[in-house]
Write a protein that binds this ligand. Structure first.
Ligand SMILES: [Zn+2]
Length: 161
């Protein structure tokens, strides 16, 4: 897969985000073995505080493949904003190969009165409990910010113009 493929897939997430002009957190999930977008999602936190762009796309994909699970190790999740700690936990429990985000978490401070101050790479770094009997989660590659300026255009207060 080329850089152009990754940019195209992030732009799918950007387009998905436009469905919610207030909270334009958009997401796309790509099967990297087939180069195919399997699902998209957008933030629905006004209806369900736990339904962010990432969880929307993940829940829809799981519903689509039920009763089987998707092969998450072949999947990359693109999201216009850095995953919050809840979404990052979803991503790690599912076992995604990689997550690629557009805008970094601290850049959203103008929009937030308060949130949980935990970056996605910090969540990743906390995988595993010393001495635990259960196997650790496989972890994933975190890439970002990616296409940051294009993603910032979704949020008027973040864009330079
Ligand atoms: Zn989230």
């Amino acid at each position: 897969m080329t850089q152009e493929d990754y940019e195209r897939w992030m732009r799918v997430a950007i387009e998905a985000g436009r469905a919610n002009p207030i909270n334009p957190y958009g997401c796309s999930i790509v099967d990297i073995t087939r180069g195919e977008v399997l699902e998209t999602g957008v933030n629905h936190a006004n209806e369900d505080p736990t339904n962010h762009g990432e969880t929307d796309a993940i829940r829809k994909l799981i519903a689509k493949t039920s009763p089987n699970l998707p092969n998450f190790r072949n999947l990359i999740l693109f999201t216009t904003g850095e995953p919050c700690c809840m979404c990052m936990a979803y991503i790690l429990y599912c076992g995604f190969k990689e997550v690629i985000y557009g805008v970094s978490f601290p850049d959203f401070l103008p929009y937030w009165s308060g949130s949980i101050n935990l970056r996605c790479r910090e969540v990743l770094a906390r995988i595993g409990t010393p001495g635990a009997a259960e196997p650790q989660l496989p972890g994933c590659i975190v890439t970002g910010p990616f296409l940051e300026e294009e993603c910032k255009q979704l949020w008027p207060a973040l864009s330079k113009k």
